[in-house]
Design a protein around this ligand. Sequence first.
Ligand SMILES: C[S@@+](CC[C@H](N)C(=O)[O-])C[C@H]1O[C@@H](n2cnc3c(N)ncnc32)[C@H](O)[C@@H]1O
Length: 365
Amino acid sequence: MQNKNIIPFKIQSMDSLGQGVSKETDKITFIPKTLPGETGKAMVLAGKKGVQFAGLLELETKSPHRVEPLCRHFNICPSCHFLHTSYEEEIQFKKLNLDKLFHKILHPPIQVLPAMRRTEYRNRLQLHYDTKARILGMLDAKNQRIAPIPDCLIARSRVKEKVKDLYANESWIKLLNGGPERGHIEIYEMNEEVKISLNQPYAEGGFTQVFDEMNQELKKILSHWTKNFASEDVLDLFAGNGNLSAEANYSRRLCVDFYQKAVTDPFTSQDLYFPKALEVIRKKTKQIGLNPSTIILDPPRSGLKNLEEWLEAFAPQRVAYISCDPHTLVRDLTLVKNYKITELHLIDFFPSTFHFETMVFLERI
Ligand SMILES: C[S@@+](CC[C@H](N)C(=O)[O-])C[C@H]1O[C@@H](n2cnc3c(N)ncnc32)[C@H](O)[C@@H]1O
C-alpha cells in the first residue's frame, strides 16, 4: 500500500526560512535542506490549510549548486539552513528575500556585506535540554524537538570545545544539578574565557552580538554614516551595552534598554514595549537636555511597531534602524512618513543560517 504521506516535490524557490518551496501537490510544500530545481520525494510531517511541511527523503535531481555539507550534523540540525550549497548562493537567497520584502518601499539598491567566514564565528551558543529524555542540542521551534549537536561548526573553537566537553559522559546533566526538566544552557566566550549560564535570557552582562568581526564591520558602516553629524545628540534604543553608539563620538547619547547595564553615558532602563515608554523617554531626554537629531534602534525580532510615533515625537533628522528580522523591519517602515531611505545594507551576521542583519538609514524630508 502506498504511504500517502510520501509526496513528490519539485523545488521552485526558497522561502525566507531557507526552505525549498514546491507546488507539485494540491498544497504548497515547504522542505528544508533542498534547493531550487531539485526534485525527489519528501515525507509530510505536518500541515494546515493549503500548506504542508515535509522532510527530504530522496533526491532525484540535484541542483548544480549542491555541495557536501561541511557539518556532519547538517541534515538533522534545525539551526543551519544553507550548508548544502555554496556561500555565494546562500547570499543570493538572502538578498532575494530582502528584495522581495522591500518591493513596496522606495529604496536604493541593497548593499550586501558577506561574512569573512561561514563557520567558527559564534561567540555563544544556546543548547536546549530535556533531562527526562537525556537529550541536549538545538531546538526546532516548529515542533519543539531537540537535535543533539555535539560538534557545532558555527561556534568559535573555544565554545565548540566546551560543547564537546558537555556531551562527554553527559556531563551537562551533572552541571544542571536538579533544576527544571527542560531548559537551556548558554555557552559563551568572554575575554577569551568560556563560561556557562543556565536558563538565563542572556549570558552575563546582557545581550552581545554573536559575530565579533561582523559587528565591527557593521559599526564601520554606521560610523562612516555618522561622521558628519557626530557632534550632535543621539538616542540609542534597544542599546544593550551601548555597542552601536559607543564609538561615534556623539556630543551626547542616551542609551535605553530594559536590561540594566553599566554604560558610561546616561543609561535608562526601560521596557520599550510598555505603552507609555515613549512618554517616559521624552520626559527623560527633556530632563537631561538631550535633543537627539539621530535615533539608532536595534530591536529584537519583534521590531518597534510604533516607530512612527517615536519619529513624530522626536522628529530626528536621521534614523538608523538595525534589524535581525526583515519582516518586522518592513512592517515598521511601511508606517513611517516624512523620511526617505538613503541606504539599505544586508550584513551577513549569521552565515549558514537564513538569518541576517539589515541596516537602514533614513533621512527626514
Ligand atoms: C538585537 S539586541 C541589540 C543590542 C545592542 N544594540 C547591540 O548592538 O549590542 C536587542 C536589545 O533589545 C533589548 N530589549 C529586548 N526587549 C526589550 C524591551 N521590551 N525593552 C527594552 N529593551 C529590550 C535587549 O536587552 C537587547 O539588548
